[in-house]
Structures are given as structure tokens and as C-alpha cells.
Write a protein that binds this ligand. Structure first.
Ligand SMILES: Nc1ncnc2c1ncn2[C@@H]1O[C@H](COP(=O)(O)OP(=O)(O)OP(=O)(O)O)[C@@H](O)[C@H]1O
Ligand SMILES: [Mg+2]
Length: 326
């Protein structure tokens, strides 16, 4: 299965909402509950996809795991060790091991600097010699290196830019890559090449990868395991083949039914109804107001993770599976 590298335990992230008008006079504190009790593990040599609609909290999870934003609650463990304190040596070691790749490589690279500058700097920050540069470019299949080293971001194609961003992340010698929609800004024709590159790197370097996407079809193609997010919570998890071919949670079923075309992205109108407010989310299961199979208790009690069917590791946070589990 691959050793567990990173564990996220009951992570919450709430964003306070500024009070306005009469509300400012009250003691009421409101917050966007963007992530609420999310737990998962990332394993060496495996890609874990996190799939969900816009606003379900995927990027917030990635930013908190990358330590770009502090969590409201919960714990992150790297090799079993809790990561809490910001700053200091343990924190720097964590940041070196856990690297993030963003959706828009144009925004994440500095337009006034060359590829050489970006990569040399990344290597230096992590104590590696500039002599590693050609190897780094070769790893992301940009060769010969001389052709790319002195180029500026605008002189590269979108796919090449994303490869440079990946090389920069690899410069740190990471164990974990957090890839937040790494191909969704790229032309459809080159998406597969970048995903295949990430898959090769996973195998060569034994990386644990979190792959965030709207596109459940790409999760099936690219990821070993799949997690489904809905309104700040993970509602289903298991190996990608099982989750996409035999989805258990009614939300996952709706996602798959509404995405017959692999190129189409999930938008709020492809699944019936609207995602709920995260300031005042529905009680119980957050999906119950939209769920075709909702029962009375779904609006009262949040379902725990319940085992589904006969595939080990397949679970859904859904009361439908309570019988099966007991
Ligand atoms: N800094 C912030 N302040 C307040 N609310 C925020 C902040 N960042 C995110 N949110 C809210 O948290 C929720 C989750 O946002 P997030 O960006 O994590 O979703 P996402 O799943 O990545 O969506 P997308 O697919 O559109 O990228 C949204 O309701 C968003 O408005
Ligand atoms: Mg996002």
C-alpha cells in the first residue's frame, strides 16, 4: 500500500466574517466553515485525488496542509510527528518536504525572472548546488536544458511553464506534492502530458501526491485513491476505480451521472440544486437538502464514515450504509 507520509486529522478551517450594520453591535461571531473535520492520509508512491464542486474547500485544505494558512483546528502529522509550530527548524523541514503546485503557473512564476533564476533559487533555498539544474529540467522533460534556462515565463507555453513550476517544487527534494488543479488552466491537448509527467515522477521519486480536481474522470485515470469533498467535508473515499465505478454516496453518484463527458467540468448547475451556505450549513449531513435518498435522521445527525460493500478501504459518510456496516 505504501508507507503513510502525511496524515491530516480532523482538520477545520473557519474564516471569520466581518460583522456589518446591526450585526456589529451583537456578540454574534459568524464564520465561513470552509473545512470542517477533514481527515485523510497520503502514502508514498500513491496519488490521492480530492474531487468536489467549486467552493467545497479543496484549495483551503491544500493551503492549510502546505502551511500557507494556519488551521482553525485539527492536526497535521508528517511521518507520525505533529506539525504545529510555525517558524523554526521543524517548520522549515516540513516546508521542504511538502511542496505545492498551483493551478496557474503564470501567476506562480515571477515574470521578470528567468527559468534559471527560479530554479537556482529553489535549489539554493534547500541547500542544493546549481549544478543540479540540468537534472532538474530533465526530470520534468524539458530538454535540452540550455534551450529553457534563459527563458522568461512569457516565452514558454502553458505546459512548459507548469513543468518549470513542478521542477521548482522538486528542487526542494519533497516527499509530498500538493497539486491544486495543476492542469485545469492548460489546453486540453497538453493536460494528459503533464498528468503523465506527475505520474512518472511519483514512481521515480516515490512521491505522495494530493491531486485536487473538479474532474472526477481524471481522478479515475490518474489517481490511485479518490476522496470526494462536499461543503467542507469528505463524504466518500476509497480506491479510485471503486469510487468512480461503484460510487456509494448519493452526492458522488450525482457527480458521476452529471459528468458523462470527461472533458466537461462539474459546475453547480450540473448537479441539482445549489451548494449550501458554509456560514450556516445544513444540520446533519450537509448534502441532505439536495439528496434524493434523504431520510429523517439525515437532517439531524451527521453520518460517520461507514464501510461500503466488499472493497476494503471503501467508505461513505452516509446513513444508507449503517445497516451494511453493523
Ligand atoms: N480567505 C478566505 N476568506 C473567507 N472565505 C474564504 C477564504 N478562502 C476561501 N474561502 C471560502 O471557503 C470556501 C471554500 O473555498 P475553496 O477555495 O477552498 O474551494 P475550492 O473547492 O478550492 O473551490 P474551487 O473549485 O472553485 O477552486 C468558499 O466558500 C470560499 O468562499
Ligand atoms: Mg480551489
Amino acid at each position: 500500500m505504501g508507507e503513510v507520509v502525511l496524515e491530516v486529522v480532523e482538520m477545520t478551517k473557519h474564516f471569520p466574517v466581518r460583522r456589518r450594520g446591526r450585526e456589529a453591535l451583537t456578540r454574534l461571531r459568524r464564520a465561513v466553515r470552509a473545512v470542517d473535520g477533514v481527515s485523510f492520509t497520503l502514502r508514498r508512491g500513491r496519488v490521492t485525488a480530492m474531487v468536489g464542486e467549486s467552493g467545497s474547500g479543496k484549495s483551503t485544505v491544500a493551503k492549510v496542509v502546505a502551511q500557507l494558512d494556519p488551521p482553525t483546528g485539527g492536526e497535521i502529522r508528517l511521518h507520525g510527528q505533529s506539525v504545529r509550530v510555525r517558524g523554526g527548524r521543524a517548520f522549515r523541514a516540513y516546508c521542504r518536504r511538502v511542496q505545492m503546485i498551483f493551478q496557474d503557473p503564470f501567476a506562480s512564476l515571477n515574470p521578470v525572472h528567468t527559468v534559471r533564476y527560479h530554479l537556482t533559487r529553489a535549489l539554493r533555498v534547500h541547500g542544493r548546488p546549481a549544478a543540479d539544474l540540468p537534472e532538474l529540467l530533465a526530470q520534468v522533460q524539458l530538454s535540452p536544458p540550455e534551450r529553457y534556462l534563459d527563458k522568461f515565463p512569457h516565452e514558454l507555453s502553458g505546459g512548459q511553464r507548469q513543468r518549470v513550476a513542478i521542477a521548482r517544487a522538486l528542487g526542494a527534494g519533497p516527499e509530498v506534492l500538493l497539486a491544486d488543479e495543476p492542469v485545469s488552466m492548460l489546453d486540453v491537448s497538453i493536460r494528459l502530458g503533464v498528468l503523465n509527467l506527475l505520474r512518472d515522477l511519483k514512481e521515480q521519486l516515490d512521491l505522495a501526491i494530493l491531486y485536487i480536481t473538479h474532474d472526477i474522470a481524471s481522478a479515475r485515470y490518474f489517481a490511485d485513491d479518490t476522496l470526494v469533498m462536499y461543503a467542507g467535508r469528505v463524504v466518500e473515499g476509497g480506491d479510485s476505480e471503486t469510487v468512480t465505478q461503484a460510487p456509494a454516496h448519493p452526492y458522488t453518484q450525482l457527480l458521476i451521472d452529471s459528468a458523462p463527458d470527461p472533458e466537461r467540468r462539474i459546475s453547480p448547475d450540473t448537479v441539482g440544486g445549489e451548494p449550501p451556505s458554509l456560514i450556516d450549513p445544513p444540520a446533519g449531513c450537509r448534502f441532505h437538502p439536495r439528496c434524493p435518498k434523504a431520510m429523517a435522521r439525515c437532517g439531524e445527525q451527521a453520518p460517520p464514515r461507514l464501510e461500503v460493500g466488499d472493497r476494503p478501504g471503501h467508505w461513505a459518510a452516509c446513513w444508507l450504509y449503517e445497516e451494511a456496516a453493523s
